[in-house]
Design a protein around this ligand. Structure first.
Ligand code: HEC
Length: 195
C-alpha cells in the first residue's frame, strides 16, 4: 500500500467522521427540537435535508398575513420609501412614481414616469401578491428594475406596510381573502411541528 493512498484514506475517513458528527449534532441539537425529519439507518443519521430546507423557507401566504396585519404600522415602514415615493393623494413623482392608489393599478403605468424596461415588461396590476414579492426583493422579482431599494425582509412588516398601502386610495380595494390553498398550506406547516 503506497503512502499517498494511506494519506488519502485517512483524510477521507476524517472527513467522514466530521460529516457524521455534524449530522448527529444537527439532529440532537435541542434548538432543532421541531425537526423530526432525520432518521437513523444502521446507526448513521440520514437527515432528509430537502424537506427540512423547505420547512425553513415556509412563508405564510400574504392573504393570511394581511388578515392579521396592522395597517397603523404601515407609515413606520413607508418612511423608508418616502425619499423616492409620495404616498399622499395628488403626490408627484420623485425618484420613483407616486403611489397613491397603487393597489389595483397596472404595473408601470403612472403617467409620464420613465420606468425601466424591466418593470414595463411585467404584465398585470399591483395586487397583494405582486407587492409582497416586489417589496421582499425588488431586484429578484423584477430583474433590472431601477428601484434602488434592497427590500423589506420581515414578512409581518411587509404585510403591515401593504395593508396600509391598500388604504391609500380614493376607492380602496378590499384585502384579498385567504384561499383554501393558503389555509391548507398554513395548516400543513403547523402540523409539521415548525413554528
Ligand atoms: C431609492 C429610491 C427608492 C426607494 C427607497 C423605494 N423606491 Fe419604489 N421605486 C423607485 C423607482 C425608481 C421605481 C421605478 C422602478 C422601475 O422603473 O424599474 C420604483 C417603483 C415602485 C413601485 C412600482 C410602481 C408602479 O407604478 O408600477 C412600487 C409599488 C414601489 N416602488 C414601492 C416602494 C415601496 C413600498 C418602498 C419602500 C418600502 C419603495 N418603493 C422604496 C425608487 C425607490
Amino acid at each position: 500500500m503506497s503512502n499517498s493512498f494511506l494519506i488519502f484514506s485517512s483524510v477521507l475517513f476524517a472527513a467522514f467522521l466530521g460529516l457524521s458528527f455534524i449530522q448527529v449534532t444537527k439532529i440532537y441539537d435541542p434548538e432543532h427540537h421541531g425537526d423530526h425529519h432525520g432518521k437513523v439507518v444502521y446507526g448513521f443519521p440520514v437527515p432528509e435535508t430537502v424537506s427540512a430546507d423547505a420547512e425553513e423557507e415556509f412563508m405564510t401566504p400574504i392573504a393570511v398575513r394581511l388578515a392579521g396585519a396592522n395597517p397603523a404600522l404601515g407609515p413606520k415602514h413607508a418612511a423608508k420609501c418616502t425619499t423616492c415615493h409620495a404616498f399622499e393623494q395628488g403626490g408627484a413623482a420623485k425618484l420613483g412614481p407616486a403611489l397613491w392608489g397603487i393597489v389595483g393599478r397596472d404595473i408601470a403605468s403612472a403617467e409620464g414616469f420613465a420606468y425601466s424596461g424591466a418593470l414595463m415588461g411585467i404584465d398585470g396590476a399591483w395586487d397583494a401578491q405582486a407587492l409582497d414579492g416586489f417589496l421582499l426583493k425588488p431586484k429578484a422579482w423584477a430583474p433590472g428594475t431601477k428601484m434602488g431599494y434592497a427590500g423589506l425582509k420581515d414578512d409581518a412588516d411587509r404585510a403591515n406596510l401593504i395593508a396600509w398601502m391598500f388604504q391609500q386610495a380614493d376607492a380602496p380595494v378590499a384585502l384579498p381573502e385567504p384561499s383554501a390553498e393558503d389555509l391548507a398550506a398554513v395548516e400543513a406547516h403547523q402540523a409539521s411541528g415548525e413554528h
